[in-house]
Design a protein around this ligand. Structure first.
Ligand code: 5GP
Ligand code: MG
Length: 189
């Protein structure tokens, strides 16, 4: 199969923070860490959509445990690039979590509000263990104390798009993680 042409919206990036190659290598290494930790155990993977769709799809194909997949939706109300207030969790989970080892997957750990709320919810549903895997971690932005067990990259406090992450629902299809040129945020923040 020939290599796909790059999305034209790649030109909207001011700079790339994490390249496609770096993501591929890191996702592979993360999957190996997870494989070692859960060897011989069944796993329930819960992805927080939409943001975690691309990361989860790539990670999942490298996991070797017998696993089941479900998704949960978390919406933060945004004023431009800043989340406002508590996230709203839309719980459509189909799988029974009682006594299960759960791996919670998200695109980015920012204030920590979303992951700490979802983690609490999964434990309340009877999960035996909940570990968290995020591609990106913006440590400087934490509002509630939260650490993920598996972290792809620590990044500075910049609003990023690509590889599942959006700005106003665009740019999720970019293969790398980057920061938009200011003119594409302008008027919308
Ligand atoms: P929290 O602040 O609750 O840790 O993260 C909430 C959500 O905000 C994340 O799951 C992600 O969807 C979104 N978010 C946080 N930082 C960024 C960012 O730099 N870029 C994008 N596109 N979304 C972000
Ligand atoms: Mg999200």
């Amino acid at each position: 199969m020939s290599r796909p042409k790059p999305a034209p919206e790649l030109k909207h990036l001011d700079h790339v923070l994490v390249s496609e190659t770096a993501i591929r290598r890191r996702v592979s290494a993360l999957a190996e860490e997870i494989n070692r930790a859960y060897r011989g155990r069944d796993l329930t993977v819960i992805a927080i959509v939409n943001g975690a769709i691309v990361f989860t799809a790539d990670l999942l194909r490298r996991l070797r445990s017998p696993l089941r997949l479900d998704c949960i939706r978390a919406a933060s109300y945004h004023a431009g690039t800043a989340a406002v207030g508590k996230p709203v969790i839309i719980d459509n989970l189909k799988l029974d979590l009682a006594g299960r080892d759960v791996l919670l997957v998200d695109d980015i750990l920012d204030t920590g509000n979303t992951l700490s709320a979802v983690r609490q919810l999964l434990l309340a549903k009877g999960a035996a263990t909940v570990r968290t895997c995020v591609l990106l971690d913006k440590k400087a932005r934490r509002v509630v104390p939260f650490e993920a067990e598996y972290v792809g990259f620590e990044i500075p406090n910049e609003f990023v798009v690509g590889y599942g992450l959006d700005f106003n629902e665009h740019y999720r299809n970019l293969p790398c993680i980057g920061v938009l040129k200011p003119r594409y945020y302008r008027g919308k923040i």
